[in-house]
Design a binder for this molecule. Structure first.
Ligand code: MEV
Length: 337
């Protein structure tokens, strides 16, 4: 009897020890969102102030569960809006099973408790859905101790992003798995990009959920209705991004600011800004920003502004807060800081 108990305790101990962990950061698109869906270039930077952590432990209640801000309960019953997580799970487990079967290991049949915690404001164009998927997939592979290549991770998360966002450029997935700024074009392999500017980026959260899928679809619809107008806007945004790349390379922060502002105006013309976003953007301009624009999908979400000095960044952040932003962050674009 004692031996059975010891075995049970040992078994229990082993299960408690078992643990899968995955994390991901967020991203900020400096220039080129939406046009990037149509194969224009975009510049994006990793944004490490906000993170997602996913942990996996053996199930304690006889069913697999998920616990996150949106949902807490049986993993099999997750609501449709979390189908991207289901997709990640299905694709990951398929691969994990294949790998484990090579080792004649059937531990993949175990039930698990998944906990996803994030300080990324949800749906603010910061790539939160991609980050959540990246952290989740990493934690699954970690739990089952199967190696995960970056290539496979990006493939799985992109499949899930298609569910979350419809047509996607793949930029969000790339950025949540990248530690460097990139210049990205859908049809080309991404290029790491040396971004080292004596300037500060202020990120302001409008507090309103952005609606990337709806915004991407509405641009597609406008393109159907007014193809010439939209193709012209998209091409112009692409040109601004190319000029911005040059401005960054020549340390011309004023020019970068101007280009960000132009970029915002064109996004507004594409119909993905809102009066509230415009209001926060103009508060940034009026308080001394070199430039300001929405970032990400729009229709809510976040706004970025460029400042030359720390003092100016403080004043801009305050003005954006007064205009209605619920939270702001400051990020130095200088590599050594
Ligand atoms: C969303 O963060 C960026 C968009 O360009 C969509 C995409 O690239 O898939 C709006």
């Amino acid at each position: 009897m004692q031996q059975v108990l010891n075995l049970a305790r040992h078994h229990h101990h082993e299960q408690v020890q078992r643990h899968g962990y995955g994390e991901a950061h967020s991203k900020i698109i400096l220039m080129g969102e939406h046009a990037v869906v149509y194969d224009e270039p975009a510049i994006a930077v990793p944004f490490k102030s906000v993170q997602v952590v996913s942990t996996i432990t053996p199930a304690i209640n006889g069913v697999s569960t998920l616990s996150c801000v949106y949902y807490s309960g049986d993993f099999d019953q997750v609501p449709e809006y979390l189908n991207n997580l289901k997709k990640c799970y299905a694709l990951s487990i398929h691969k994990i099973k294949l790998e484990l079967s090579k080792q004649a290991n059937d531990s993949v049949e175990q039930l698990i408790d998944i906990r996803i915690e994030s300080n990324i404001p949800q749906a603010r164009g910061m790539g939160s859905s991609a980050s959540v998927c990246v952290a989740f997939v990493k934690s699954l592979f970690d739990y089952y101790q199967v190696p995960l290549s970056n290539h496979l991770l990006r493939y799985i998360v992109n499949e899930a992003e298609v569910i979350a966002h419809g047509s996607t450029s793949g930029l969000d997935t790339l950025m949540t798995t990248s530690h460097q700024p990139v210049i990205y074009k859908k049809s080309q392999s991404p290029k790491a990009f040396d971004l080292n500017l004596d300037a500060i980026l202020i990120v302001a959260d409008s507090g309103l959920a952005g609606q990337t899928k709806m915004a991407v679809n509405s641009v597609a619809q406008l393109k159907n209705e007014r193809p010439e107008f939209v193709v012209e806007l998209i091409g112009q945004i692409g040109d601004f991004v190319k000029h911005a790349k040059h401005a960054i390379q020549t340390q011309d922060v004023k020019e970068l600011g101007r280009l960000m502002t132009y970029n915002h105006y064109y996004l507004n013309q594409l119909g993905v800004s809102t009066p509230f976003i415009d209001h926060i953007v103009s508060a940034a301009w009026k308080s001394g920003a070199l430039g300001a624009k929405l970032t990400g999908g729009g229709l809510g979400g976040c706004i970025i502004a460029l400042a030359e000095t720390k003092e100016s960044a403080e004043a801009i952040a305050e003005a954006m807060t007064l205009a209605g932003a619920v939270q702001t962050w400051q990020m130095s674009l200088c590599k050594t800081l």
